[in-house]
Structures are given as structure tokens and as C-alpha cells.
Design a protein around this ligand. Sequence first.
Ligand SMILES: NC(=O)C1=CN([C@@H]2O[C@H](COP(=O)(O)OP(=O)(O)OC[C@H]3O[C@@H](n4cnc5c(N)ncnc54)[C@H](OP(=O)(O)O)[C@@H]3O)[C@@H](O)[C@H]2O)C=CC1
Ligand SMILES: Nc1nc2c(ncn2[C@@H]2O[C@H](COP(=O)(O)O)[C@@H](O)[C@H]2O)c(=O)[nH]1
Length: 324
Amino acid sequence: MENVFDYEDIQLIPAKCIVKSRSECDTSIQFGKHRFRLPVVPANMQTIIDEKIATFLAERDYFYVMHRFEPETRKDFIKSMREKNLIASISVGVKDEEYSFIEELADEKIVPDYITIDIAHGHSDAVIEMIQHIKKHLPDSFVIAGNVGTPEAVRELENAGADATKVGIGPGKVCITKVKTGFGTGGWQLAALRWCAKAATKPIIADGGIRTHGDIAKSIRFGASMVMIGSLFAGHEESPGTTVEHDGKLYKEYFGSASEYQKGEKKNVEGKKMYVEHKGALQDTLTEMEQDLQSSISYAGGKTLNAIRTVDYVVVKNSIFNGD
Ligand SMILES: NC(=O)C1=CN([C@@H]2O[C@H](COP(=O)(O)OP(=O)(O)OC[C@H]3O[C@@H](n4cnc5c(N)ncnc54)[C@H](OP(=O)(O)O)[C@@H]3O)[C@@H](O)[C@H]2O)C=CC1
Ligand SMILES: Nc1nc2c(ncn2[C@@H]2O[C@H](COP(=O)(O)O)[C@@H](O)[C@H]2O)c(=O)[nH]1
């Protein structure tokens, strides 16, 4: 594979500014049937999102994906979002009971707007069959399938009916897939994104490895429509998970969905737990992300996210050990 690089190896090159103020730059994105304020979605992990945060985000036109780790609550969750006239966006796995869950939703005419198939190794028959099952029973739901790390996987999931694919195997902050298995896109996630984007005919979500707001613009440049982020959203006042105090400082837990803390057992563990500094209010981070992205658009010489997609860039080999 030619030209392998990651976020910290790339600098985008500025183009002539066409706005008088960064506030003229529009960070919104059409994704499926809806338009969202930012091309950013908090990770569907139990220490990142819960029903309260999902409602907060949906009410303010941010995209969200609810996690799948309290499966019995999902039906009521969709109903309650519907009652509030908010988008319903859930996650599913691929085990047998998930097939009946999809059928139940269809029978009761409870139709989520977005369904994310959330599996570590998404290039599999299990995911292809689940895409086909959802499309058969809930054809109006927008299906996001993942996670994958190759163009071949993107093509196969798209051909199976996925409306978007999610790229990123192992670049996450609490991920240990790279060290436990030797596989993944950890350390070259941005190059993997570019590789996958060349094959994609539908939107791609870049998932994992985002360490700065500038990495969002870089993901857009290399083909992402949406960027999924865990660690930068961890540790807020609203974040689920316990808060601890250490040396007078407050921290919040952030653990992997394949960690023993999530699974409740040490079987096929590919995630770990860490503590992140308490960050304050979620809205402040979202606002800062929007302002930084407006600035990125202005450096790209445009007024919308599309301007970023065609900017020039340089590779400045500077890799730090991402993830793990
Ligand atoms: N983005 C990433 O890099 C990664 C993300 N995760 C996250 O961890 C959570 C748990 O993921 P996952 O274990 O897939 O979900 P599940 O525990 O729901 O398992 C999914 C199914 O796929 C089977 N399977 C076969 N091969 C694999 C494989 N290599 N990895 C995982 N499952 C496999 C599993 O069987 P069996 O368990 O018997 O093998 C199981 O039946 C998800 O939220 C996922 O997003 C986990 C690792 C990497
Ligand atoms: N290999 C693992 N990856 C995981 C696990 N739990 C979540 N994830 C992935 O990480 C991203 C978030 O990455 P970040 O760099 O923004 O923190 C998340 O969306 C998942 O794809 C895990 O246990 N193991």
C-alpha cells in the first residue's frame, strides 16, 4: 500500500479566504434524510451517550447514535424520541435475538430513522445478513454498517444494502485490538479512510483516532461525511460513568465497548478503561468544535464543508503512537 499516514502526519494547505467572518461558514451536513449542525457524532458507547444526551443532541439538530448495551430499553427509547418528534437512532448487534428485535419493531411499526450495526469486524456474512434483514423488514431505516477497514469491505456492505459504512478498526483511544490481534487501522486510520473512500459510493463515517478538532477537517478532506468520536466526548458533566477525584482533580471513566468493564467478563477483551479529566459542559465542546470547523472551512477558501474536500495537503511524517 502506498502512502501510509495518520492524522498527525498531515497538514492541510490554506486557500484564499472568501468570507469576512468565520461565522459565515456553514458546518452542517446532509446525512440520510436529515441535516445536522456538525459532521460529528459521539461514539455509541456506554460512557459517551445515554438517553438524556441523545435527547439533548437531537433537540439541537446534532446527529447521535444510541449504544446497544441495554437492549431491553431500545423499543421504549425509539417510542419516546418519536413522541418528542426527535430522530430515533439506535444500534444493533448480529446475534439471533437481534433478528427478532428487528421483526418486532417492524410488526409494531416502530421505525428508527437510523440503525447502526455495531460490530468489531464488520466485514462478515453476519453483518451482510443483518443489513439484508433490516432492509427487508424496515426499508425506511437508514442503515450504517461497520466497522471495516478495506475498500472490499465497503463495497460488499454497500452492495448488501448499507446506506453508509463506518471505517476504523483499532484506532480508538481505549482500543487494544492492535496489540491483542496484530490487525487494524490503528496508526494509519487516515490513510485507511482515504483508501476506503475511493471505493465508496455512499457516505463513510470515520470512526476512532480523532485527538484534536483539526482531525475532523482532515477526515472530511480524506472522504468522511461524518466523524465518530469517543475520547473527546468523554468526561463531560453530562457524560455517563463515574466521576473520581485524584489529587484534587476530577476525572471521569471512559471504557471500551469490548473491555471487561462493558462485557462483565474477561472474554475476547479488546478494550480498556481510562480516566479522562473532567471537561465541563458538553455544549461548550460542541460550540468549540463548530467554531474550529468554521475556521477550517475559511482556511479551505470556502463557505461550506465541501471546500475542505478538495484542499491540497502535505505529508509531514510525524507519527505518534495513536490509540493503545
Ligand atoms: N472499532 C473497533 O476497532 C472495535 C470496536 N469494538 C466494539 O466492541 C463492541 C463489541 O464488539 P463485538 O465483539 O463485535 O460484538 P459482539 O460481542 O456482539 O459479537 C459480535 C458477534 O460476532 C462474532 N465474531 C466473530 N469474529 C469476531 C471478531 N473478530 N470480533 C468480534 N466478534 C466476532 C462474535 O462471536 P464470538 O464473541 O463468539 O467471537 C459475536 O457472535 C462493539 O461495540 C464494537 O464496536 C470492539 C473491537 C474493535
Ligand atoms: N478496539 C476497540 N475499539 C473500541 C472499543 N470500544 C469502542 N471502540 C471504538 O473506538 C471508537 C472511539 O475512538 P476514540 O479514539 O474517539 O476514543 C468507537 O467509536 C469505537 O469504534 C473497544 O473496546 N475496543
